[in-house]
Design a protein around this ligand. Structure first.
Ligand SMILES: [Fe+2]
Length: 159
């Protein structure tokens, strides 16, 4: 069997590992938020049903595409991407709920979830910046933009 070619992109292995570990946390947060949003799409009730059911669908579709970009950046840095519920539960900073929250609580929980991914991304950004890892900086910038905008939109429903 051929020895795999080593990665030589101008980022040393220790920095690639640190960034990949950080991105694994972003992936776990994003996947957990994806599942929470899909769950709330299924189970939301009340006078805001139609609005929230459709809005949550738009959000979970966006999150489902985002996890792929994050996972593939981890692979490009030379590390395996986590891909099990067990790994995601261990890595994610987003808690899961038991039962079905009221519509207003779903909105609050999703605001908190989007803000959590924004915070994790902002924390990881520092390692990427230090390593001159522009593709990861670009990806994290885009993710922070989406999560902060979505948090604003959801928060606006509560006013
Ligand atoms: Fe659906």
């Amino acid at each position: 069997m051929n020895k795999p070619l080593s990665i030589d992109i101008g980022i040393d292995p220790a920095q690639r590992e640190e960034i990949a570990n950080g991105l694994s946390r972003v992936l776990a947060d994003t996947y957990t938020l994806y599942l929470k949003t899909h769950n709330f799409h299924w189970n939301v009730t009340g006078p805001m049903f139609q609005t929230l059911h459709l809005m949550f669908e738009t959000h979970y579709n966006e999150l489902a595409l985002a996890v792929d970009l994050v996972a593939e950046r981890i692979r490009a840095l030379g590390f395996p991407a986590p891909g099990t519920y067990r790994q995601f539960a261990a890595l994610s900073a987003i808690e899961e709920e038991d039962g079905v929250p009221k519509a207003q609580d779903m909105i609050r929980l999703l605001v908190a979830g989007h803000e959590t991914v924004a915070r994790t991304s902002r924390e990881i950004f520092k390692s990427a910046e230090r390593a001159s890892d522009q593709p990861t900086c670009d990806l994290l910038t885009q993710r922070m933009q989406v999560h902060e905008k979505t948090a604003w939109m959801l928060r606006s429903l509560l006013e």
